[in-house]
Design a protein around this ligand. Sequence first.
Ligand code: KG4
Ligand code: ZN
Length: 341
Amino acid sequence: MIILAIESSCDETAASISRDGREILSDVVYSQADMHALYGGVVPEIASRKHIEKISLVVEEAIAKAGIKKSEIGAVAATCAPGLIGALLVGANFAKAAALALGVPFIPVHHIRGHISANYIAFPELKPPFIALVASGGHTIIVDVEDYTKMTLVGTTRDDAAGEAFDKIARVQGLPYPGGKILDELSQTGESGYYKLPQAAIKDHPYDFSFSGLKTAAINIIHNAQQKGEEINKHHMAKAVSETVADTIVPRVLLAAKNLGRDTVVAAGGVAANSLLRARLEAGAKKQGIKLFVPPLRLCGDNGSMIACQAYYEYMAGNTSDPAQNCFATMAVSDSFFEDR
Ligand code: KG4
Ligand code: ZN
């Protein structure tokens, strides 16, 4: 089964062709990040317009690189939630029109399920059930993945996502968007314990996160220094932020695996590219006898392959849609696009 999939939920216009889910025949990503960097963050209106400009080219390139004929495409998929609504609509409408023109089914895909699916591409032996940590610019959640299309939310952030904290803390220091990767690099030569940042815990909710206190505390330290004309040590600050994020996330994920009786943990999303988070997850999983899967860096950020892979499992579960399929800015990972069926 060959699937053409489109991802346009944020600032990447991406298309990919998969065969039977896990075999990726092509993967094309056009990133708008440089453009949004001028404004210090994603500007939704600009994101939608850039998707419109690039989508046809990106899809044509994905088909050409896969070396397939359009007539071989068995279904067309697109991210339909969650994300920037204008951005989602561009990819979904293009995909629906393509499905109509080719006379094949349309498959709506949940972006977070796609991130989890990136692991199926990287690790052929990986099968549910497992616990997934998805940490991105907009989400930090722990999910119990019972099956490819059946999942339960175990924990979530009460306020900001980890990626949002990274990006804002980078931004107030004048570092370019997206700041997570830059803070990761700076932290390599940072000193532990130089800056102290708070780690929040939510009473009676052992799997939930909060990153707004960390974000505010770091921004206050930076602003105070700026007001006094002092220099912040960017390396030490990056280390403190990375350590606090990792120390908040890792124990909760491992606790969820232990309490839910899962022997496997997977990580996903842009923040899963963070080197300290990866290292601490690895150390913690090893200690607890947990199998850990963390995708290669190229599959952590937004891409079309993860959507093309998840689309296959949605298709196998009968989750195909019709031309009336809408997009949604928010949607729980456990929810189906077909609630009323
Ligand atoms: O999953 P993603 O590409 O897009 C969303 O769906 O949000 O995640 C983007 C987020 C951004 O906040 C970015 O700063 C963060 O992932 N990120 C990182 C790293 N690489 C990307 N955060 C920390 N360390 C990194 N190495
Ligand atoms: Zn994402």
